[in-house]
Design a protein around this ligand. Structure first.
Ligand code: FVH
Length: 296
């Protein structure tokens, strides 16, 4: 029989499906905080260490789901959820899906859960496993879905990492997750290009590293400035580095890459968008117009 949200320990029992790097990190924090924990993993051996530390290792996902009302899923991808939960009865369960998916997959999963008698919260984890259970690391999880369901489970969900509810639309957690991670990949691309530029020179990457990190940090106010311009529609007032000047500078970056024997394939797509915007807009704008160009 399923346990209701609080057991005699005073801590809500949790079922967790998926004991990969992230699932194991989550499991450890709930165990350490005294939550009764039932775990299941496709490869059972991964549950052994947790079982030794007090978790209940279920033989099947269906058995794990049957154990508790709160069922947290942290699997590889959306398809693995179908496979893991194929034989489980979700009636009366509160399903919290921390698997990275698209917003559309999250919305479909919410409908899928509702059809099976479960309530559903979607989550997007903004942390890597070593940040889980370490509040000072600043990791958190975006949640979306019914606010009352989030509020009910928030004390338990807040054990591994911070919590940020971003709306009733079940797709919003995934959308926020993908937006932040997409920006991260843009940053990684720029960093890769920068290191490639010095790779063949007598410059220690370790000496460039703090310069790069400080420069990227110094540029972060642009994130807020762009948001303000998108909200007001004013792309030209108080522009410090205008589009015309920046487009004029692009040959310098391309020529330097060429001279250093570095492919410009990471820079070119963004430079192309800057040029397209200049061709159809005011050169006194900043770079905000590129956002509009990306919309199909
Ligand atoms: N690790 C990270 O840095 C990121 C941080 C941000 C959030 N992501 C997402 O978290 C989900 C899980 O990631 P993970 O790091 O735990 O991933 P793995 O270590 O590769 O573990 C994958 C687990 O999924 C199980 N699994 C895979 N396929 C199936 C399937 N068809 N049926 C049932 N389970 C499946 C796998 O089981 P096994 O291989 O041990 O048998 C692991 O438990 C993920 O969405 C990240 O994007 C992590």
């Amino acid at each position: 029989m399923a346990h209701t949200t609080v057991d005699p320990t005073g801590k809500a029992p949790v079922t967790l499906l998926g004991l990969g790097a992230m699932g194991t990190a989550l499991a450890r924090t709930w165990l350490a905080a005294g939550h009764p924990l039932t775990v299941w993993n496709r490869t059972p051996a991964r549950a052994a260490a947790l079982a030794a530390d007090g978790a209940t290792a279920a033989a099947t996902a269906a058995e794990a789901v049957a154990a508790n009302t709160l069922v947290v899923v942290c699997l590889l991808d959306d398809a693995s959820i179908d496979q893991a939960l194929a034989g489980a009865d979700l009636t009366g369960r509160d399903l919290v899906n921390l698997t990275t998916t698209t917003p559309e997959q999250a919305r479909a999963r919410a409908a899928w859960a509702r059809e099976r008698g479960a309530r559903y919260l979607d989550g997007g984890i903004m942390a890597v496993p070593p940040m889980i259970g370490v509040p000072q690391a600043g990791g958190y999880v975006f949640y979306s879905g019914p606010r009352d369901l989030f509020d009910r489970h928030r004390p338990t969900l807040a054990v591994p990492a911070g919590t940020r509810w971003v709306g009733e639309d079940p797709g919003f957690a995934a959308l926020h997750d993908v937006a932040l991670l997409s920006a991260m990949y843009g940053m990684f691309a720029g960093v890769a290009h920068a290191y490639a530029l010095i790779r063949k020179e007598d410059i220690d990457p370790a000496t460039l590293a703090p310069l790069l990190a400080d420069w990227l940090t110094a540029m972060t106010p642009a994130v807020h400035e762009t948001a303000d311009r998108l909200r007001t529609g004013d792309y030209t007032t108080d522009v410090v580095s205008n589009l015309a000047m920046q487009v004029a500078g692009t040959p310098t970056f391309l020529a330097t890459a060429e001279r250093q024997g570095v492919s410009s394939e990471l820079l070119t797509p963004y430079f192309d968008l800057m040029r397209r915007r200049l061709a159809e807009a005011d050169g006194s704008e900043d770079l905000t117009g590129v956002v509009d160009l990306l919309l199909r």
